[in-house]
Design a binder for this molecule. Structure first.
Ligand SMILES: O=C1C[C@@](O)(C(=O)O)C[C@@H](O)[C@@H]1O
Length: 980
């Protein structure tokens, strides 16, 4: 049949050609996005790029102007099939509810194993306006995958757009053609691609093929809030979008095995910038050039740096993390995890870890601060404590599913610890269906298997690190869950009535969970007496002494009487948080035993935790299980150090009785005084001892060794520890040494010292934060480091870690720069994970008058490591970047390590270039970032990041003691949702 157009060779070549354009599209896309949010802001970089590419039909997000243009041309010919969601003719409600909008009735839910080949193509599906295309571009650019857009593919294959095709042929012919196109699109691109499918691909054949594909490939349903979708589409109203989302949800969910909620960009900087610009656009239509640049200057002043082009940063981070969890491929994530040494250890290998347990109902009903909830706990447990609202559709209510997805995305944006997804097996009291089973709190009914399973299935789609499954359900349900767990680890969970830990029942339950394949087992029951706390300890010991490998056990008593066992349960004890206590105040005890917050269909339970992290930690120290330790910053001149304030505040918030103080000494010998103290916990090392201290060390981390400088000292108390890394340990990319997991808070004589370096982590994170997606590191990326001391060495190492292959060093004394370059060029062999083709090279830039070296791209990363204040009467160096090194068309990021003063000539220079895409970060940005890792190394606990940042900004005093609280507050707000 002539209708089934065979793809012409040339057309196919064009499709192939897309690959090469990905990077370009990415840059371009960033600008689109920027325009979209800040279209009145003439401050935009890269207008050329935008104009050059703007007319091409990418199906990417567009500026409002192009959006309107596109939707008009598109809708002119779109048929009435509801699956083409956003037709010009608004759909009548009748159309929306007609059964044609519902999924074809698959007889069973999609039971994909969610275990994928590493190179398996990733498919993104979703209605229009959810951001599939941006996400596809992010994935393609990050992993060098080929990008295929289903609508474009249709056009390449048939020589016509969908719309044109439908005009020319009958709807039946169109559907046949579409079936053929999607079949070849999926089948011919099974590996190495990112495939973005809009509503046009959701014809019946498409649904069937996608379902099939989802058995072996990640098929991600992309969801977004109706407001953002509406704003993007500029069509319909929000209520209608919402209804459409609800109706189409089941269809998309039936054809996908994963789900990502694309959060709106409203927080922090982006919000403040776009809102002030929109005011502007109303009033100053004619001279918006002027006013918007003025506006930007004043914003600039307030924000210290204006960074609208960083809009997609959070989305990029969120989505890449999601993909890592979803596919179980962590190689990309691992680099980021180096920022948090504890991330490199399996959580069950650490002792006394606590999971803050947060009910969904509380998150939906109240304004809770997720970073605050997470701070200092070791995992975040979301408990689904609400019933699935009755819905017209069978299965999980679409709007409820959206809310769960949105909540999970929001949590993940703010946390760095693992996420546990837990569905309460009990139904809220007013629910119908009172099928009672053993194991329930009296007065509550257990969720019916199918209702429970729906929520579990949905949870697995969100790829949490852990998911609990209630052991009171049948073997067949448990096996089903374990069969589709993918990369998620399953905690077999049972919270039952008091039975006695010495009786056979709990052991049988544990054995059953183990037999079925649970990765961990969690058992609890209310305590009826203090003695129950010792009984559970005996039970745990019995499990620990079982022969052979067996899943770790989490066992504790609930209720006020059971708190002691919660403190001593070694891994992942569920705990509550002060801010969840109903009346506030009163700590965990106040919320004692029940967590209800005024009904609302939530579950009240005596099984909710009634202990918080601080209380648990305090109990460990008060009972002499752990010891209060002493920490220091050691240097020749550390009087102004902000580290004591930063660390002490963090200890306090985390319930750690440690103390951090300044230890100043004119010689290295001063170190002995602090190390001799049996309570010595560790020390920051300041100038000038970062390299001098090396000969005193027993061992060094691979990072510190590669850099040749140390800023963190950790005491070694047990040489016999088998895990202790020998000095010549692992490569720089290897996981953290297991001894990190050992309890760090135990006093005793110090036998030796271990050295690490976290300065490079601080620099790395600041670069990452300031680098726009358009400047993502590629083989041609270059960076400049100013200075040649210990910090400069750390800076070069950061660039190497980020994958920069050509690093240029400038120093006033050229010989020192040459020494630094030689240090790294010599130890090339130290980077086994870097393929031989892209070993980094460090070059020297002898003079600021020189042109930028030919053959190299202009730098997009600059790190300045020179002190900006006068030392010993010497004038400050007043460094500025030579203009001929600042010609990067996409700007870049500057990190200036100085913080006295904050506004160095370099920072001022770069801030003035923000309209060209430059962002600037200073010493106050770097200090907390290196401090988080240090805190983890010192304490074996997660650092309360927001608090540490806040303390640094609050305690900072400029050269003359001046302090600008509002500027500092703004800086802090900008950091929301940027945990790394
Ligand atoms: O360089 C510094 C600054 C510091 O020494 C301080 O004085 O706060 C703390 C160190 O951890 C860090 O490497």
């Amino acid at each position: 049949m002539s209708l089934l157009v065979r793809p012409a060779k040339r057309k196919l070549d064009e499709v192939e050609g897309q690959e090469r354009r990905v990077a370009q599209r990415f840059d371009n896309h960033i600008n689109h996005h920027h325009h979209h949010h800040h279209h009145n802001n003439n401050n935009n970089n890269n207008n050329n790029n935008y104009d050059r590419q703007g007319s091409r039909s990418h199906g990417l997000m567009r500026s409002p102007a192009t959006t309107t243009g596109r939707s008009r041309s598109q809708t002119a010919s779109v048929d009435t099939n509801e699956q083409n969601a956003f037709a010009e003719q608004p759909l009548a409600d009748r159309d929306l509810t007609s059964n044609r909008a519902s999924p074809i009735p698959f007889d069973s839910p999609l039971e994909a194993q969610r275990v994928f080949n590493q190179s398996a193509s990733i498919v993104l599906i979703g209605i229009r306006g959810t951001g599939k295309s941006s996400l596809a571009v992010i994935l393609a650019a990050t992993f060098g995958r080929r990008l295929i857009d289903a609508d474009q593919y249709f056009e390449q294959m048939t020589g016509r757009s969908r719309a044109a095709f439908k005009k020319e042929y009958s709807i039946i012919e169109y559907r046949q053609q579409e079936a053929r196109v999607i079949d070849s699109m999926l089948a011919d691109h099974r590996d190495g691609c990112v495939i973005a499918c809009g509503p046009g691909s959701m014809e019946r054949t498409g649904q069937r093929l996608l379902r099939e594909y989802a058995k072996t490939h990640p098929v991600v349903h992309v969801v977004r809030d109706p407001e953002s979708i509406q704003a993007y589409l500029q069509a319909w109203d929000t209520a209608r979008v919402r209804r459409f989302l609800e109706l189409s949800g089941p269809l998309y969910r039936a054809c996908s095995n994963l789900e990502f909620f694309n959060l709106p960009e409203t927080a922090g900087e982006d919000h403040s910038i776009s809102s002030s610009n929109s005011n502007n656009s109303n009033n100053n239509h004619h001279h918006n050039n002027n006013s918007s640049s003025k506006e930007c200057q004043s914003l600039d002043h307030r924000l210290q740096s204006s960074t609208p082009f960083l809009t997609l940063k959070r989305l990029q981070r969120d989505f890449l993390r999601f993909i890592a969890f979803a596919t179980g491929n962590f190689s990309h994530l691992r680099k980021q995890q180096a920022s948090f040494p504890l991330s490199l250890l399996p959580i069950e290998s650490r002792t006394y870890t606590y999971a803050v347990s947060v009910p969904l109902s509380a998150l939906l009903e109240r304004e809770l601060d997720i970073e605050d909830l997470e701070s200092s706990s070791d995992a975040f447990e979301l408990t689904i404590d609400m019933a699935n609202p009755p819905s017209m559709q069978l299965g999980l209510d679409s709007a409820f599913a959206d809310r769960i997805s949105q909540t999970v995305s929001t949590i993940r944006r703010h946390i760095i610890v693992p996420l546990i997804y837990h569905v309460e097996s009990e139904m809220p009291p007013r629910s119908p269906s009172p099928t009672s089973h053993g194991g329930c709190t009296p007065g509550h009914a257990r969720r019916p298997e199918e209702a429970y399973m729906e929520l579990i299935r949905h949870g697995l789609r969100l790829a949490p690190e852990f998911l609990t499954v209630d052991l009171s359900y049948s073997d067949s349900l448990l096996s089903q869950v374990i069969a589709i767990k993918g990369s998620t680890r399953i905690i077999g969970h049972y919270a039952g009535p008091p039975h006695g830990w010495d009786e056979a029942e709990h052991m049988q339950r544990y054995d059953r969970a183990r037999r079925l394949g649970c990765d961990l087992v969690r058992l609890s029951q209310p305590a009826t007496s203090i003695d129950d706390n010792f009984a559970v300890q005996r039970f745990r010991h019995r499990i620990d002494s079982l022969p052979g490998p067996h899943p770790p056990i989490i066992a504790y008593n609930t209720g006020l009487l059971g708190r002691l066992s919660g403190v001593y349960n070694p891994i992942l004890t569920p705990v509550t948080h002060r801010s969840l206590a109903a009346g506030g105040g009163g700590g965990g005890g106040g919320s004692g035993g029940n967590n209800i917050n005024g009904g609302g269909g939530t579950i009240s339970s005596e099984l909710s935790p009634c202990l918080d992290v601080q209380q648990a930690r305090e109990a460990l120290y008060a009972s002499f299980t752990l010891d209060p330790m002493r920490f220091y910053v050691f240097g020749a001149n550390t009087t102004y150090s902000l580290s004591p304030a930063m660390h002490n505040a963090a200890y306090k918030l985390s319930g750690l009785p440690h103390m951090y103080s300044i230890h100043q000494s004119p010689t290295l010998r001063g170190l002995h005084e602090i190390v001799e103290n049996p309570y010595f916990g560790g020390s920051s090392v300041s100038l000038p001892y970062k390299t001098e201290v090396i000969p005193l060390l027993h061992s060094m981390s691979p990072h510190a060794r590669a850099i040749g400088a140390v800023n963190t000292l950790i005491p070694i108390r047990h040489f016999d520890t088998p895990d202790l890394p020998p000095s010549s340990a692992s490569s720089p990319s290897s996981p953290a040494p297991a001894w990190l997991a050992l309890e760090r808070s135990r006093a005793g004589p110090v036998k030796a010292l271990h050295g690490d370096n976290t300065d490079w982590i601080g620099i790395c994170n600041c670069i990452r934060r300031g680098l726009s997606p358009a400047n993502a590191v590629r083989p041609a990326t270059t960076g400049v480091v100013i200075g040649a001391g210990g910090m400069a060495r750390a800076a070069v190492y950061s660039l190497i870690h980020l994958g920069v292959q050509n690093i240029f060093v400038h120093n006033r004394t050229v010989a020192k720069a040459e020494k630094l370059a030689a240090h790294y060029n010599r130890q090339q062999a130290l980077y086994p994970p870097v393929p031989t083709t892209n070993k980094p090279t460090v070059h020297v830039l002898p003079s600021l008058q020189d042109p930028w070296p030919t053959g190299f791209k202009q730098p997009t990363i600059v790190v300045s490591c020179i002190v900006a204040h006068s030392i010993d009467g010497q004038p400050p160096p007043n460094f500025r970047m030579p203009l001929q090194w600042l010609e990067s068309p996409t700007g870049g990021v500057v990190v200036d390590l100085a913080y006295k003063p904050l506004n160095t000539p370099l920072i001022m220079q770069m801030r003035a270039l923000s309209h060209r895409g430059w962002s600037a970060l200073d010493g106050l940005d770097v200090l907390p970032e290196q401090g988080f890792a240090q805190f983890e190394l010192f304490t074996g606990r997660r650092a309360p990041r927001r608090l540490m940042r806040a303390v640094v900004l609050e305690e900072y005093r400029g050269e003359e003691g001046q302090y600008d609280p509002s500027a500092m507050r703004t800086r802090l707000q900008r950091l929301d949702g940027q945990p790394n």
